[in-house]
Design a protein around this ligand. Structure first.
Ligand code: ADP
Length: 151
């Protein structure tokens, strides 16, 4: 049987405890997980991708089946280049689900071999979002309670 490869795409600006929890739990479900930073040149980031990738390479050093990459273009096209049949996404609440449903559906239309797999977040991470963590950081406060690495 071919390897079960999942990509976990996102902006991860920054990568949070919520993202980490999804990857740790999914690492037992798939043969390989590729954390994939989507690069969107029109969006200005607070936490640069090279810095985030460096932190994640350290964080997942002990996980032989987790890889960190970045990509341009459509997620389904990138998935294909990696031999990935699964797109992994995390859900915190019904708002996330409403946002994710049409994306998963259109991705499936574009490539029927690709399945989107959702994991529900743990209760303690339902309130953690990159947007809020970014805001806290921009106002000069410590975000170490929300991210799984030291800045
Ligand atoms: P995007 O810009 O693609 O939405 P994000 O970096 O915001 O990327 O999120 C990537 C994925 O992680 C999405 O599926 C999102 O719903 C999920 N996610 C974000 N925060 C959490 C959290 N606290 N717990 C679980 N999943 C989360």
């Amino acid at each position: 049987m071919s390897k079960r490869v999942a990509i976990f795409p996102g902006s991860f600006d920054p990568y949070t405890n919520g993202h980490h929890d999804i990857v740790v739990r999914a690492s037992g479900l798939f043969d390989e997980i590729i954390i994939a930073f989507g690069t969107n040149s029109s969006k200005k980031r607070t936490f640069e991708i090279p810095l985030m990738m460096e932190k994640l390479n350290q964080l997942y050093e002990g996980y032989s089946n987790v890889r960190i990459e970045s990509y341009k273009g459509l997620t389904v096209d990138y998935a294909k280049t990696q031999g990935a049949k699964f797109i992994l996404r995390g859900l915190r609440n019904a708002t996330d689900l409403r946002y994710e449903m049409p994306i998963a559906s259109l991705n499936h239309d574009m490539d029927s071999e690709i399945e989107t797999v959702f994991l529900l977040t743990q209760p303690e991470n339902t309130v953690v979002s990159s947007t809020i963590v970014r805001e806290i950081h921009n106002y000069g406060r410590d975000i170490s309670a929300y991210v799984p690495y030291e800045l």
